[in-house]
Each structure stands twice: as C-alpha cells, then as structure tokens.
Design a binder for this molecule. Sequence first.
Ligand code: FPP
Length: 308
Amino acid sequence: MYQFGDYFASARALRHGVPWFELTNAVKLMNFLDALAPEGNDRVLALAIDPERIPAHIAIIMDGNGRWAKSRGLPRFAGHRAGVTRVRSVVEDCSHLGVRALTLYAFSAENWKRPRAEVDMLWRLLRIYLRREIEDLQRNNIRLQSSGRVEALPTGAYEVLREAERATAHCTGMRLNLAINYSARNELVDAVNTIIDEARIEGRLSGLVVDEAMIERRLATAGLPDPDLLVRTSGEMRISNFLLWQIAYAELYVTNTYWPDFDRAELLKAILEFQRRDRRFGGLTAPAAQAPVRSRETEAAPLAVASK
Ligand code: FPP
C-alpha cells in the first residue's frame, strides 16, 4: 500500500528539480490527486489506487462510439468525435498515473468494410487529433508510435502520423501506441515473413529455427512490456484480432460503458479491478517479476517495467 513517507521523500526530490519522467509512481499519484476536486468521486477512487501496482501497459479496445451517438439521436460521426475527446483525456490520465505504455485500437484492418463516408471521417479525425496533440504529447513527454499496416493509410493521415512519431521520438515518458489498420494475425504473419526474409538474405534459411523472442522482436510492440490490462468498452466479449500474441497473460476488463463515456472514474475503476486480480502467470503464486523470454539472438533492451 501507499506510504506517506514515500510522498515526503519524493516531494523533496521534486523540489530539487527531478525531471517529471523520473518521478516515482507514488509522486505521480500524489500530483494526480492534487489536481482532483477534494470531495469528488475521482479522488475517492484515486486514493484507493496502489501506485506500486499501476499496470505497466494498458491496451484498450475503444468500442461503442456508434451506440453512444445513437442513444442520443446523433449521427455516428458525433460518436467518433466524442471518442477522440475521450482519447485525449485517457492518454493524459494514464501518463499522469505512471502507465508506461498505452495501446489504443483506433482502426482495425477489418474497419475498411464500413461505409466510405465513415472511414473517411475516421481518417479526418485522426489527422485532426494528431495535429492538435503533437505539442501536448511533447509537453507530457509522451512518445507516439503505431502498430499496423499504416503505409496503406490515405496520404494525409499517413504523413501526419509519421510527423507525430518523429516529433515525439525523443520523449522518454509514456509510450502511446496507436493500432491503426491493425490486425494481430497480419502482425504475426509479417513478423514470420521478416524472419524468413532475413534468414534467406543471410544464407541461414535451411537451419532456421524460430523461437518466441525472434517473433516478439519483430512485432510493433517490441521493447514494450506486454499489456497487463486489456480493457474493452461497450460490453462486447470479444478480442477482435487485437494483440493476440501480446495479451497472453493480460487481465481482461470489459465494461458496458460506451467509449465516449469512459471517463476518469471508469479508468480508475478498471485499474482498481486490475489491482484486485491474483496474477499467477500459470504458477501457484504471483511471481516477483515476469520471466524474460530467452533467445539465441541478442535482444534490444526492453522498456523498463515500472510496476508489477
Ligand atoms: C468503435 O466504435 C470505434 C472505432 C471503430 C474507432 C475508434 C476511433 C476513435 C475513438 C477515434 C479516432 C482515434 C484516435 C486515436 C484519434 P463503433 O463505431 O464500432 O461503435 P458501435 O459498435 O457502437 O457502432
């Protein structure tokens, strides 16, 4: 549980100019609490959070924009627009809480089946979001990256995505991973083909033996901790081809709340529920730390896992 002694030690560090991204999760949580209304429900929920067990990586299937709009007699695009507003607040809250990586399912490879006008609207919203957010992402030290076959995006959306990735490449705080034109099966197929191509070029195809770490290193999430918590909004009990490899041991949290209504209280409730789970990773007791994947290949240093 959270100790107030930690807070005073950390508050001293703050006064001595420790950069924000080096703060412990305990200090981040205190700062987060300071910004909340004293009597509000958000504060009650945030006080119950254990800063030592913030999920290192949260992945979210943002579902229910259409139903949110329909329930208000609005067109679907109004739901997507409200969904973008929610993206902003959840990104900011996760970063302030000390989440190390946040993956958002923004557009699946199957979403092209939607009416052209809706697909165009989603690209437009993505462009607007990225253009508007670059400065805020930089200010919050958030590094943006993407998963998915993004080269197939319309030029405008692709360029602004690459621009946002470049502009935040130096940021060392939370990693915001947008899954766009994403399919977990495609991702795995692409990883395997890359392994085969590399082996062919290097003349070692005949003896090739593939292991887990070789695949993992070729996923767009290489270097990130696996998601600890997978959230799906709007009540559907499906994974929808999302991060099939990475969520092997993620805790699943499904809420009936539509994505545009997934406010700070909903995020805190999801984290609290995660903190109540008994994670055993197939063993009988919770491990101190997840065992690393072994490989004969040299591994890139992974992003440090903040909390377990
Ligand atoms: C699911 O709702 C949502 C999507 C397919 C798109 C999610 C996109 C956004 C929140 C906006 C753009 C994202 C970023 C990162 C700027 P749905 O339309 O399937 O809802 P329904 O199931 O109720 O119809």
